[in-house]
Every structure is written in structure tokens, then in C-alpha cells.
Design a protein. Sequence first.
Length: 132
Amino acid sequence: MSADDGVKLLMQRSERFLENVKHNFEIGFLDIAAFSLEQSIELFLKSKVLEKAGDFPHTQNIRTLMQTLSEQSSQRCSEIVKSYLDKHGIILGAIQDAYITSRYFAINIEKNDLDKMIQVVQEIIHDLRHVC
């Protein structure tokens, strides 16, 4: 598989996970929505890093992936990534924690908290898609 094919595949899977988030949020499967939300942002970031560098780090850590993207991108992209890390670092950590926990255990997540997480991820994906 070429790097271009890999970028497209990761981006498609990211979009599918985001659709899964919306569906599971609507029907009240908040733990599954949280899991899918992390997968969506993780795969999106991996697609962007792959596009820039031809490879991506084999990590699931959202912040690490964002830092890698920042290092591989234009100054404008790097500034935006860093601003998101500063502004939403706690939320990104909560998304990561929800993903890890929901893989093995039932988690109790508040709908309002998950809604905020979804908004942050959608904002990051929207902005980075157009700038990076």
C-alpha cells in the first residue's frame, strides 16, 4: 500500500469512527461513543502525519501524535496544533483515558462531558484538515 493509499484509508476510517460517535451518542451508548471518538482523532492525526512524513509513530497517544504533526508541518500548522494542546490538553487527556478504560471496563461518562469532547475533536479535525 502506498503512503497516499494509507492516508486515504486512515482518513476514511477516522470519518467512519466519527459517524459512529454521533450514532452512539444519540442512542445513549456513551462509552462506545467515547471509544470511537478517540479512534477518530487518532486515525485523523496519523493520516496527517503520514501525509507529511511518509510514516507515523506507532503510538495511540493523541498528544504525542499532535506534537509529531507539529514538528513535521508548516509554522502555521505547528502554531495551531500547539494552541490546541495548550487550550484543550485536559480534554484530550480525558479522551485518551476514556478510550483506555472503555476498552476493558464499563465507564460512566456524563453526556455533557462527552458532548464537549466531541466538539473539541470536531474543531481540531476541521481546522487541521484545512491548515496542515
